[in-house]
Write a protein that binds this ligand. Structure first.
Ligand SMILES: [Zn+2]
Length: 390
């Protein structure tokens, strides 16, 4: 293995408060990072950097940890352009939403699903995402859910079984029968390919009792819970997530004070997904309220063909700063260290010795430009596990 120093970094975001300016981002000015193999081995002021085999001059630009996108739905086929166009044009649209994607996904070959996933991952990588979670949920049969997870598991360790996305169309008249399938034969087929289990706890999807049964069955099979909670309306999802020690409660758009208190007292991260509110013209989640209460907040894309068809974490950072009350520092922390916390990972989302060498180089002197220059492709270099991939 050979060592490489990235030097002449104007602003280095380490996410280690013991470094640099001692803020949560642990910002170091005029900094350097040393990579050896797939790990960070040294971080500090450029003038003190140790000798290395190779040197990369960052040219006075900013370096931050690779983004950790802890919530996406990337195993699918087809798109929903017409649905989006109708919604943005104020026209009614009666096709089946998620069901449209379920039909297209079931009809796709393995190769088509794989090609779609690969394309979205390349797109995300170019925008600085070095770790991503993704889910099943567009198969809704034993075979199609297991297939989606197999396809995902070839690309990431962060795979989530979401058989409980909606009740499968075949079970429209028998939701209890579908819950039995999701907690029985489908779980048995899917558990070997997944780390996490998720449920869409929402009116029209699964209620609190169903969600508890599904997540509890998953835990018994060794899967760890995360929950689509309180996206479209108030409901039991957030408090259920905390009760079951879910790693993350995702969306958190409609919260009571009791929900916020539960998140503040538990270890469940609140993952905010502003791409969904943007793409549906919905009310923004109140990040400020959560942060002020002491809740750990993550920011992710929710990339999916229906409600948030963006793979861009920088775009979500800009939305969070502009419309959700986050400072640029908070938003960048939430998209890196926050995402890692939502996946219960300590080896990513930070740039300190021992961490995986996942870095993003911006064509800007500061991470603040992610929000200050929205929509501009600022990511000019990406290292993943110590290898420069962009
Ligand atoms: Zn989602």
């Amino acid at each position: 293995m050979s060592s490489t120093a990235i030097t002449n970094i104007a602003t280095l975001v380490t996410n280690d408060p013991s470094l640099g300016d001692t803020s949560p981002l642990g910002k170091v000015r005029d900094a350097a990072v040393v990579i050896d193999g797939d790990r960070i081995v040294w971080t500090g002021e450029s003038s003190k950097a140790p000798a290395t085999d190779n040197r990369v001059d960052a040219g006075g630009r900013a370096v931050l940890p690779g983004f950790v996108d802890s919530h996406s739905h990337l195993v699918f086929a087809g798109d929903r352009t017409e649905e989006f166009n109708a919604r943005m044009s104020g026209r009614p649209y009666s096709a089946g939403g998620i069901r449209t994607t379920v039909a297209a996904t079931r009809a796709a070959t393995d190769g088509e699903l794989e090609a779609n996933l690969t394309r979205f991952l390349a797109e995300a990588l170019r925008q600085g995402t070095t770790t991503f979670e993704t889910k099943s949920g567009y198969g809704l049969t034993v075979q199609d859910e297991a297939r989606a997870l197999r396809v995902a598991a070839a690309h990431t360790d962060e795979v989530t079984y979401l058989g409980a996305h909606i009740v499968a169309p075949e079970y429209a008249e028998d939701p209890a029968g579908y819950v039995a399938l999701v907690t029985g034969e489908m779980l048995d087929a899917c558990a070997p390919h997944a780390r996490w289990i998720d449920v869409f706890c929402e009116k029209g999807a699964f209620d609190g009792d169903q969600a508890r049964a599904i997540l509890t069955a998953g835990k018994a099979k060794g899967l760890h819970p995360r929950v689509h909670a309180n996206q479209l309306s108030y409901g039991p999802g957030v408090q259920l997530a905390v009760e079951l020690d879910a790693a993350s409660a995702d969306h958190c758009t409609h919260l009571t004070d009791a929900d916020v208190d539960a998140l503040a007292q538990g270890s469940t991260v609140a993952t905010l997904l502003p791409g969904a509110e943007f793409s549906t013209r919905a009310e923004w989640p109140d990040a400020r309220r959560l942060l002020d209460a002491g809740v750990t907040v993550a920011l992710s894309t929710d990339c999916n063909p229906g409600s948030s068809f963006t793979s861009s974490v920088p775009f979500c950072v800009a939305l969070a700063v502009r419309d959700m009350g986050m400072t640029p520092d908070e938003a960048v922390w939430s998209a890196t260290a926050g995402g890692a916390a939502a996946l219960r990972r300590t080896d990513i989302g930070r740039l300190t010795p021992g961490a995986r060498a996942d870095l993003t180089l911006l064509d800007a002197p500061s991470h603040v430009h992610l929000a200050y220059r929205p929509g501009v492709p600022l990511v000019s270099g990406v290292w993943r596990s110590g290898v420069r991939v962009v």
